[in-house]
Ligand binder design. Structure first.
Ligand code: DGP
Length: 150
């Protein structure tokens, strides 16, 4: 759901200045602030000012500016915090503890111990299993793209 502020949403309250936050960046469409429980110091959350719950709810015209700002923050991790790189990601519904869409930008350093951050990996059982998943995704993506063009 996209829309103006939601009074029960913590991130809307930070965005509106009703709750404190260590703001690192602001423009017309988004705000970035320090995560109160960082993976590493400097871990930021970038959120659109309008209340949207998940990536799927972000209006198309906001996607570009929002991700351009994520790029600025990723650069800032390296230039401002001397990070070797960053992790940029988001939870949608599952593991999403605040239902106001936000992009995590986490400074990373070689040897920082987060090798397993992206959870245990597995292998496809066989080629057929990979093809089945590929085709399920291709099918629905083709439908979504034709709906978008319509
Ligand atoms: P996620 O679990 O992906 O929805 O991330 C939500 C993050 O938000 C989590 O890392 C902790 C952070 N967080 C939760 N409440 C607050 C808050 O009131 N202030 C700040 N700065 N961060 C918060």
């Amino acid at each position: 759901m996209a829309g103006a502020a939601n009074p029960t949403c913590i991130f809307c309250r930070i965005i509106n200045g009703e709750m404190p936050g260590h703001i690192v960046f602001e423009d017309e469409v988004s705000l970035a602030f320090l995560d109160q429980r960082p993976v590493f110091p400097g871990h930021c959350l970038l959120a659109p000012k309008d209340h949207c719950e998940t990536l799927m709810d972000v209006p198309a015209d906001l996607l570009g500016p929002l991700f351009a700002n994520a790029q600025v923050l990723a650069r800032a991790m390296e230039m401002g915090l001397q990070a070797d790189g960053s992790f940029v990601g988001m939870n949608n519904r599952v593991s999403q503890s605040v239902p106001h869409v936000h992009i995590h930008i986490v400074p990373r350093r070689r040897g920082d111990g987060l090798k397993g951050f992206f959870w245990p990996r597995q292998h496809y059982e066989n080629e057929e299993a990979a093809v089945r998943v590929r085709d399920a995704l291709r099918f629905v993506i083709a439908r979504l793209q034709s709906e978008r063009r319509a």
